[in-house]
Design a protein. Sequence first.
Length: 158
Amino acid sequence: MNRIRKYQSSDLSALQEMTVAAFDGVSIDQGMEQIFGTIAGHDWQWRKMRHVADDASRDPDGILVLESSDGEIAGFVSTSADSAAGVGHIANLVVAERFRGQGCGRALVQAALDRFRSLGLTHARIETLVQNDVSRGLYKSLGFQEIARQIHFAMELS
């Protein structure tokens, strides 16, 4: 039986590695690297790991970790809450490859939504890239509605 628990600082490196593996092929930073090469001496994986570290330092209580019955980290969701606006944001949803297709992503999103409700929020938002068919299907099945599509542009400053 899987369980969802609060983030612990000792989880950080495992969450970062899991995130890099999960976002291979569906990362804006990776797309930039494909066009421009490494930026400032860092690859896309380094930048993606920094995003997870930023989430942990900004709001460690906003990260929920899914553990398998044997204590292995199966996935996590990072969230932030804007109480004044009434909106919760899911920044990252990651499920380790061997746990995919078992309802882990759904359980993590549900836990994030429960957190938002407990904080008195009225709405939730999440983003994904158009090429991430699995995420788009999951979010729609959970009741999220597509609001807009965004195009990401980048340029070299020389």
